[in-house]
Unconditional design. Structure first.
Length: 129
């Protein structure tokens, strides 16, 4: 009887332990994600999706003001602490920012990050082969 109870407790607690050691990762291309292109209602709906993930890569960010608003809304509306890292503006015509949002309770920023641009794609392909 004691062994069955002990095994039941372990099996009950095991899934929560495994889940606690995992992170959820997502990537989004949010079309023209900028301060001027999103009102608070739209941003709320975006944050409602983002809050499900611990580490998020976002493409097509146009300014860091929208990232500041996103972080603030995640904190104020959902009580979740996030920070972000943002690349410099890159691109040929329209300049975009690549951003990484991360939940501070689950992900830790360890060192400086870089964005690498490859002008000659054949060099990149040769390096990957």
């Amino acid at each position: 009887m004691k062994i069955k109870l002990f095994l039941s407790i372990i099996l009950f607690l095991l899934p929560s332990y495994i889940y606690a050691n995992n992170i959820s990762i997502a990537t989004f291309n949010i079309r023209i994600f900028s301060h001027n292109s999103r009102d608070d209602n739209e941003l709320y709906q975006i944050c409602n999706l983002l809050k499900e993930f611990d580490f998020i890569a976002i493409q097509e960010v146009r300014d860091t003001m929208i990232l500041d608003r996103t972080i603030l809304m995640l904190k104020n509306q959902f009580n979740i602490n996030y920070k972000y890292l943002a690349s410099p503006k890159v691109g040929r015509g329209v300049k975009e920012i690549y951003a990484f949002l991360y939940r501070t309770g689950k992900v830790e920023y360890l060192k400086e990050s870089y964005v690498f641009s490859v002008m000659n794609y054949s060099l990149l392909i040769r390096r990957l082969i």
